[in-house]
Write a protein that binds this ligand. Sequence first.
Ligand SMILES: Nc1ncnc2c1ncn2[C@@H]1O[C@H](COP(=O)(O)OP(=O)(O)OP(=O)(O)O)[C@@H](O)[C@H]1O
Ligand SMILES: [Mg+2]
Length: 299
Amino acid sequence: MRDQAEKLREIINDIKSYSKESASLTAAPPAEARVITITSGKGGVGKTNFTVNLAIKLSQMGNRVIIIDADLGLSNVDVIMGKMSKYNLSDVLKNDKEILDILEEGPCGVRFVSGGSGVQDLVKLNKMQLVDLLMKLGKLDYEADIILIDTGAGLSDSVLSFVHASKEVILVTTPEPTSITDAYALIKTISNKDAGKNIKIVVNKVESEIEANHILEKLKAVSERFIGMKLISLGFIMNDSCVPKSVKIQQPFVLNYTKCEATKNITDIANILLDTKGAGMSGSSGLKMFINKLSNIFS
Ligand SMILES: Nc1ncnc2c1ncn2[C@@H]1O[C@H](COP(=O)(O)OP(=O)(O)OP(=O)(O)O)[C@@H](O)[C@H]1O
Ligand SMILES: [Mg+2]
C-alpha cells in the first residue's frame, strides 16, 4: 500500500515538474486539462460523431482539445476525422513511444490519440508499465485545455474504468426506449461507486426539442428519485441527414454543414459545457485527478 502511494506521489510530482518546465519554455501559465469521458449504455447512439464535432467546435471557440479514442477494437475517431492514425496507445506501451509522438492532428487543430488494442492492454499492465504509461499520459496536461475520451458503449471493464476515473461524464442516449433503459442502467452502475459523479446528458437523434426535453426531464426525475443522482442536461442533437452524409465523405459535419440543425445543436452544447465548468462538482476534474484514479483502478 505504502509503495503504491509513494509511486503515485512520484507520478504527480513528475507531472508538476514537467508542466513547470514547459511553462518556463513557452512563458504561458500552466493549466490543468479538463477531462470529460463520453459514453453510453447502448452502442451506436452517436458518441463518436458527437465527440469529434464537439471537439472541433470547442477548438473553434479557442480551446486546445485532444481526443483520446478509448473504444477498443471499433475505434473510429480517425475515420470520422478523415485522418488515419499511424500509431495507437500500444506503441506507447510496447514500442517506447512518447504520448506526444503518437498525437495525430485533425481538422481545426484538434489532436487525437488512438487507443486501438492499447486500451485492452491497460488491464494487463504490471505496476512499472502502468506508472510509465500514466506519466506519459500526464504530459498531455500542458498540451490541452480539454481532453475528450470517446469510449465504447456499455458496462465493460475498460469503459467503466474511464467512466469511474473521470469526474465529468457525458452520457449520450437516443429517444429509443432501449437506449434510455441502458443509459439508466449505466447511471445506476456509476452511482454505486460514485454517488457524486457529474453526469451530463445529451439526447441525440431527436425529432424535436419537445421530444428532447421530455426525455431529459424524465431521465433526470427518475435518476434523482430512485438513485439520488442529480443529472445535468447538456442538450440535444436533431436527427439530421447531414450527419450520415458527412460520415460518408469523412468530413465532420460542423465543418461541412455549418448551417445545419446538428451543427447549431453542437454549438449550443459547446457553450453550455464551457459555462457549466465545475457545476455540481466537488474536487478537481483535471488530468492529475483522472490519472490518480486510473492508477487506483488498474492497480
Ligand atoms: N444526430 C444524428 N442524426 C442522424 N444520424 C446520426 C446522428 N448522430 C449519429 N448518427 C448516425 O448514427 C450512427 C452511429 O454513430 P456513431 O458511430 O457516432 O455512434 P457510436 O455511439 O460512437 O457507436 P459505437 O457504440 O459503435 O461506438 C452513424 O451512422 C451516424 O451517421
Ligand atoms: Mg463510437
